[in-house]
Design a protein around this ligand. Structure first.
Ligand code: 26Q
Length: 848
């Protein structure tokens, strides 16, 4: 599909830095914005809307990334290093403009310049729609990883899908979640560049033919079926403090032209148009993460579509410098972000066998040497499976290859454990049952040289539970890479006040070496520094309090109230319901138990997060939280003491707003269920204290900050297993725990749903009869830890010290550390120098 470019026929043009066009001086920048207004938006200042200004500024910034982007591509081409490809069905990038301004050192310039036209940069930035091409943690992790790869100067690429509709926009109507489409491309997108010359054709359906090759060998060929074209859109990913600009390449599905012609010529115009729309529906919408990922045909098509396009593209780039495939694993590392791209195992084999005529053994060793897999879940019901008959219909050749992989693999299992048929059944890539299913996690483990979990506990549990048999057979494959987050977006960008304060004390090397934050530790004993940190916190809380008043008409006192925040997807295992029960208990205490309780620590309790549209239980919890919040906020007795809010449409931008203003971070999942969590790290970095269980990366956070600076509660993972094995009865705990019993009864009697007293009966039944995530068993200890939170908060200087300890101990949780470990242990890639032809801007301290 690749059409010739100029460079393939003529000598490569030198990159010329036209200072006039892309200069960094205030004059050039001003000229550029005015030019883009005129020539790109057809406006002059007098007629421009602030959306026009946003676009003119975005193009101005983009122009200035271009030289660096081309220089980076040139450097990678010339030096031809081993490259790494991060395949992910989701990239939750967040807005681009702010971080690109910071990376180029242009933030202050832009702010000053706009001010002269009476515009606030922060308001102009609000025009950018937050690209929500992900569900939550896994998609955001992919975005942090791209940031770190660029900043570390690694030749890394992201590959994914350019969904036309991202994760739905969440509205609340009478306290219930309502999903609205997210048409994020409506106004156009200045951050992407369409690259039709690198389009790739992908096949679905058809059949497998056996042919005799000239060399006398038998070959398989996948023929006929429907063909769809993947058109790539590239996004620049700028590193910080380096000229590196890497690429995120997202694929859009289009009907292929000859397909169009053929069907249209049939004369059945209506069918032809329908078929075309059907082909293009592949990249139409991001699937929300469901409570049970039932085999949706379109989702499998999405997965194969982006994997096939990406592998094709990766090999095209590889063949530039290498005539033969035997060097592939030395030149290409492909990381699979969960099993969503796990079909890559079969696709790689198909390409090597059928298109390049390699022998099975060689193809297999190249495939395994190239691919690596990251697991992100311990919930057995969340492991992906696809019905065999669906595969037979859409990907017949891949099915054949998977059966062959399985056949050879089960022979190996037989050698490993002769006669252990139960083990073979457990390990098979094919699950037997009423319908045969392909187990994608098994395919990934068998086809990859590395399998990693995302926090120490998680990686241990992967070996002990979900993939136990595999860990016994291939122990060397299993490893841990504890997640991290980028300190650029999650500290420097979202919390300029705290960043400035840190700079004052330890300089700004922390931005690219977060371990430097440990130098703040001695300052925990310096009351003036602690007070300065708490002043920053109050300033950030005031900003949020202001938003809360304007948007929700709710008055909260940022100077007195503790801001207590739980933001993440709504899921039973994350236990938002336990937090809600505690909120009810707090309310009861104020209202009935001790109305003039003067030791009551005033709190503003914030919940936020989306529920999968089909996840009834999660949606009931949203409604309950909203009903409880409404009663509390209306009650005069709560004025200034207790307020609650379900923050609608939680996304990356809202996180950037809320996290810097949080005092208490709720990380309260049932132990053994949260693979890692990454929100926990963002809160810690921004000086929130954590109330949490021994789950995921909480354990490592607590290890870093010390037990005294972390509010721990709850059963640990083994005790959870013990409870369950012993026949768990939630009622016993409800009866034993007065505070819990009273809270449950208040909900049960319809106190929070006066119009419809039975409304929350189901949530109560859920707790009394099932409580699968042990909320009742953990409640008393949770409430105890919350009382400790109150005690600590009442002692302002103690709290300040704890906050400083938390910030100072967050260095481990930079995604730079995580990526350096992937690069060394799994990918074997090293930084590539890029000589910038443009003058780098000295990184500057940015204003708020
Ligand atoms: C699957 C099938 C059909 C539709 C959707 C899905 C689907 C989509 C997204 C399944 C899972 C996801 C996302 C999972 C996820 O975000 N996991 C989180 O990954 C983080 C990064 O490693 C961890 O920190 C979290 O603990 C983990 O929950």
């Amino acid at each position: 599909m690749t059409s010739p470019t100029l460079s393939s026929t003529s000598p490569r043009p030198e990159i010329v830095v036209e200072d006039d066009r892309t200069g960094m001086s205030p004059e050039s920048l001003e000229r550029a914005v005015l030019d883009h207004l005129r020539f790109t938006r057809s406006k002059v200042l007098e007629t421009a809307t602030s959306l026009d200004v946003y676009f003119a500024l975005a193009y101005t910034v983009r122009d200035r990334l271009m030289e660096r982007w081309m220089a980076t591509k040139r450097a990678y081409q010339d030096q031809n290093p081993k490259r790494v490809y991060y395949l992910s069905a989701e990239f939750l990038m967040g807005r681009f403009m702010h971080s690109n301004l910071l990376n180029l050192g242009l933030y202050d310039f832009a702010a000053e310049q706009l001010r002269r036209y009476d515009l606030e940069l922060s308001e102009v930035l609000e025009h950018e729609t937050d690209p929500g091409l992900g569900n939550g943690g896994l998609g955001r992790l992919a975005a942090c990883f791209l940031d770190s790869m660029a900043t570390l100067g690694l030749p890394g690429y992201g590959y994914g899908i350019r969904y036309e509709f991202g994760i739905f926009r969440q509205e609340l109507s009478d306290g219930c979640q309502v999903e609205q489409p997210d048409a994020w491309l409506r106004h156009g997108n200045p951050w992407e560049i369409r690259r039709p010359e690198h389009s790739v054709e992908v096949r679905f359906g058809g059949r497998v033919e056996q042919t005799h090759a000239d060399d006398g060998n038998l070959r398989w060929q996948w023929v006929d079926g429907q063909r769809i074209v993947g058109v790539p859109y590239d996004y620049p990913v700028a590193g910080y403090g380096t000229p590196h600009v890497n690429t995120l390449r997202l694929w859009r599905a289009r009907a292929s032209e000859d397909f169009d012609l053929a069907v249209f010529n049939d004369g059945d115009y209506r069918r032809a148009v329908e078929q075309k729309a059907l082909s293009e529906s592949i990249s139409k919408v991001l699937y929300p993460k469901d409570e049970s990922p039932a085999g949706k045909e379109l989702r499998l098509k999405q997965q194969y579509f982006f994997v096939a396009c990406s592998i094709h593209d990766i090999l095209r780039r590889y063949f530039h410098g290498h005539p033969r495939l035997d060097a592939l694993a030395g030149k290409v590392a492909i990381q699979l972000n969960d099993t969503h791209p796990a079909i890559a195992v079969a696709e790689m084999m198909r390409v090597l066998l059928d298109d390049h005529h390699l022998e099975w053994e060689e193809a297999w060793s190249i495939t395994q040497g190239t691919l690596a897999y990251t697991n992100h879940t311990l919930l057995p019901e969340a492991l992906e499976r696809w019905p065999v008959d669906l595969f037979a219909r859409l990907l017949p050749r891949h099915l054949q290859i998977i059966f062959e992989i399985n056949h050879r693999f089960l022979r190996q299992v037989h050698v490993f454990a002769p006669g252990d048929d139960a083990r073979k059944r457990r390990m098979s890539l094919i699950e037997e049952g009423p319908t045969q299913q392909i187990r994608m996690a098994h395919l990934a483990v068998v086809g990859c040289h590395s399998v990693n979990g995302v926090a120490e506990l998680h990686s241990e549990l992967v070996k002990r539970d979900v993939l136990r048999d595999f860990a016994e057979m291939f122990p060397e494959r299993f490893n841990n890479k504890t997640n991290g987050v980028t300190p650029r977006r999650w500290l420097m960008q979202c919390n300029p006040r705290l960043s400035a304060l840190i700079d004052e004390r330890i300089g700004r090397a922390w931005v690219t070496d977060l371990s430097q934050l440990s130098r703040l530790r001695p300052l925990a004993e310096d009351p003036s520094f602690c007070e300065a940190v708490m002043q920053v916190k109050r300033a950030n809380k005031r900003v949020v309090a202001d938003t809360v008043r304007r948007r929700f008409g709710l008055h909260v006192d940022p100077d007195r109230m503790l801001f207590d925040v739980q933001v993440k997807r709504i899921h039973e295992y994350k236990r938002q319901l336990m937090n809600c029960l505690h909120l009810v208990a707090q309310y009861r205490r104020l209202k009935f138990a001790h109305p003039d309780d003067d030791v009551f620590v005033p709190r503003f309790v914030v919940f936020g997060g989306k529920a999968a549209p089909g996840y009834a239980q999660a949606k009931k919890q949203i409604k309950l939280i909203n009903d409880v919040a409404t009663i509390i906020n209306q009650d005069p007795q709560c004025q200034g003491k207790l307020a609650a809010l379900f923050w609608p449409n939680y996304n990356v931008s809202q996180a950037e707003h809320l996290i810097p203003a949080t005092d208490l971070s709720e990380q309260i999942s049932m132990a053994g269920k949260e693979a890692s969590g990454t929100g926990n790290m963002k809160f810690q970095m921004n000086g929130a204290l954590t109330i949490g269980t021994l789950d995921g990366a909480n354990i490592e956070i607590r290890e870093e900050v010390g037990a005294d600076n972390f509010f721990l509660f709850g059963l640990h993972a083994d005790a959870v297993r013990g409870q369950k094995a012993a026949g768990y009865d939630p009622n016993r705990f409800i009866d034993e725990t007065e505070e819990l019993r009273a809270a449950v009864e208040l909900i049960e009697e319809g106190f929070f749903s006066p119009e419809h007293r039975d409304l929350h009966r189901e949530v109560v039944d859920y707790l009394r009869l099932r409580d699968p995530y042990l909320i009742c068993a953990d409640y008393a200890d949770y409430a105890r830890a919350q009382r400790e939170v109150d005690d600590a908060y009442r002692d302002a200087s103690r709290w300040g010290r704890m906050v400083v300890h938390n910030i100072a101990s967050s260095g481990k949780f930079s995604s730079d550390r995580t990526i350096a470990q992937y690069a060394r242990d799994i990918w074997d890639v090293t930084p590539v120098p890029v000589e910038s032809l443009v003058e780098p801007m000295p990184p500057r301290r940015e204003g708020s």
